[in-house]
Design a protein around this ligand. Structure first.
Ligand code: MEV
Length: 298
């Protein structure tokens, strides 16, 4: 029996556009999914969502993919996660990566971290239809990561406040929705993807310079561009404006949008005010920080 954990993530810049090859910057955060795997005669998957393969499509797919690499009858898989599900914090990727890493050890497959990340990406693509490798890669290696290169950037010496709308959204549906918009108006939408990619490129320089007020300003620009792609919603805007009004350096949605979470970059002096502001308009605030620890054995 073995337990592995992997972190969730937020996007500083670049969700959706990254699916079309544009640069993005994502950061692993200090909320983790823990997965315990034990050899068993059949496949049994349990989490707070319930029991069974249907409730856990990512884990089922991960088991299926590992089964293509080595022969095993089954596994008892138990998931315990601090990451809110379907909320833009990379919960599925963290569970997928922790599951693959645990299966890898329990069945002695011998995959490297790179191979686990790649397999995790193929799981996400199969379950979601379209995906970038961002969530699975960042969850595997941790830290602040520039995609698609996979380069680690300097850690952010800054506070992160996440605000959860409590409205669940489907990454698959939102990615399909953005694709349909792009297909209807390629000449309009493609330049928006490109502008988002430019924000990530500029963001790489600003992260290295530790210029958090400029990063925040560009996060606000990124939010405007995400709105133009149709992935904002009233609940997210309420939390975003509350956090900005409380002095955040920059605020945007994180992940697929359509609900889920926003992320605020803040200096220490404003964290409590931002947290209260998010809660006063009905959101759930989570104070967190960037973690350099990717997938690890517990
Ligand atoms: C989801 O966390 C981020 C998206 O860009 C999809 C992906 O990158 O796979 C919307």
């Amino acid at each position: 029996m073995v337990t592995y954990s992997a972190p969730g993530k937020i996007f500083l810049f670049g969700e959706h556009a990254v699916v079309y090859g544009e640069p993005a910057i994502a950061c692993a955060i200090d909320l983790r999914a823990r997965v315990t795997v034990q050899k068993h005669s059949e496949v049994l998957i349990t989490s707070e969502l319930g029991k069974g393969k249907d409730k856990h499509p990512y884990v089922s797919k991960a088991i299926e993919k590992m089964g293509e690499l080595t022969r095993f009858d089954g596994a008892r898989v138990t998931i315990d996660s601090e990451i809110p599900v379907s909320s833009g914090l990379g919960s599925s990727a963290a569970v997928t990566i922790a599951t693959l890493a645990a299966l890898n050890e329990e069945f002695g497959v011998g995959l490297s971290k790179e191979k686990v990340a790649k397999l995790g990406y193929s799981v996400e693509k199969d379950v979601q239809g379209a995906a970038s490798p961002t969530d699975t890669y960042v969850s595997t290696i941790g830290g602040v990561v520039l995609m698609p290169d996979g380069n680690r950037l300097r850690n952010l010496d800054c506070e992160i406040v996440v605000g959860n709308t409590g409205k669940i959204s489907s990454t698959k549906t939102l990615v399909q929705q953005v694709r349909a918009l792009r297909d209807r108006y390629p000449g309009v939408i493609q330049p928006i993807f490109h502008s988002i990619g430019n924000l990530a490129k500029k963001g790489e320089i600003l992260v290295e310079k530790e210029d958090y007020s400029a990063i925040g300003e560009l996060m606000n620009v990124n939010q405007g561009l995400l709105e133009s792609l149709g992935v904002g919603c009233a609940e997210l805007s309420t939390l975003i404006y509350a956090a900005r009004g409380a002095g955040a350096l920059g605020v945007k949605l994180t992940g697929a949008g359509g609900g889920g979470c926003m992320v605020a970059l803040a200096d220490k002096a404003h964290v409590e005010r931002i947290t209260s502001a998010i809660e006063s308009v009905g959101g759930v605030a989570i104070k967190t920080k960037i973690t350099e620890i990717g997938v690890r054995r517990e």
